[in-house]
Write a new protein. Structure first.
Length: 240
């Protein structure tokens, strides 16, 4: 079977991204932490917004967005362009936004080691979300370019997310993957990895590199972004 993981199959959660569930064997495994790796502009935040919207609109419970690189007002305004009204969902108690900018910009680097995981843990305890997005960890990568410096921060974040019981998406800039041939720690720790790539001619490809608890199709597939968000063309072949 294509890309069959050896771990026991987990209950699946509809991703909210057209075409993606077909590559995942039905959806994201519930309660897992999945990385979205991609270059700037590849659609990571858009995809994660669709993921949260599917849960909030579908009546699963609270969907939680933890933003590290943009304020709440900008996020809500930007997602309106894809037809997602998070403001209304927030009023109905189905969506929550946590601004982690203050934790990210702690008074010194050492304080951020504790403040950011603490902020995330408190938010999860407060809202008890079914779906969580952390967008994005790139600032940590730039602040801690050496793996040994960044590892305690990443471990704290991953442990908090994995113990939450929620299905979590973590966005990471593609430049963090395999720098100098070195696999980054979040890749080892995550249950799944979805890679988004943009070619020189504007072509876009999505590839599910791993997904514990799911039977995947690991072949790269083309995808597009329009006014409705991201759509994966799962029945088409990606031509390089």
């Amino acid at each position: 079977m294509l890309g069959a993981e050896k771990s026991e199959a987990a209950p699946l959660l509809h991703s909210g991204i057209p075409g993606l569930d077909q590559l995942l064997g039905g959806g994201f495994p519930k309660g897992r932490v999945i990385l979205l790796l991609g270059e700037p502009g590849s659609g990571k935040t858009c995809m994660s917004s669709q993921f949260l919207f599917a849960g909030a609109f579908g009546g699963e419970g609270v969907s939680l967005f933890i933003g590290m690189n943009q304020p709440k007002a900008r996020f809500i305004e930007d997602t309106k362009g894809f037809g997602i009204d998070f403001a209304t969902l927030e009023e109905g108690g189905k969506f929550a936004y946590v601004d982690a900018l203050n934790a990210r910009r702690g008074p010194d680097l050492n304080s951020m080691d504790f403040d950011l995981p603490g902020t995330i843990k408190e938010s999860i305890q407060k809202y008890a979300p079914k779906r969580v997005v952390l967008d994005s960890t790139s600032d940590l990568i730039f602040r801690y370019p050496k793996t040994e410096e960044r590892l305690p921060v990443i471990l704290g974040l991953m442990e908090t997310l994995q113990s939450s019981g929620a299905t979590c998406l973590l966005t990471v800039e593609h430049l963090s993957r395999g720098v100098g041939g070195e696999i980054q720690p979040e890749e080892f720790l995550a249950d799944g990895i979805v890679l988004l790539k943009t070619g020189d001619r504007g072509t876009r490809s999505l590839q599910v590199l791993k997904m514990r608890g799911a039977k995947i199709d690991p072949k790269p597939k083309p995808y597009g972004i329009d006014e409705n968000g991201v759509e994966v063309y799962a029945n088409e072949e990606f031509l390089t």
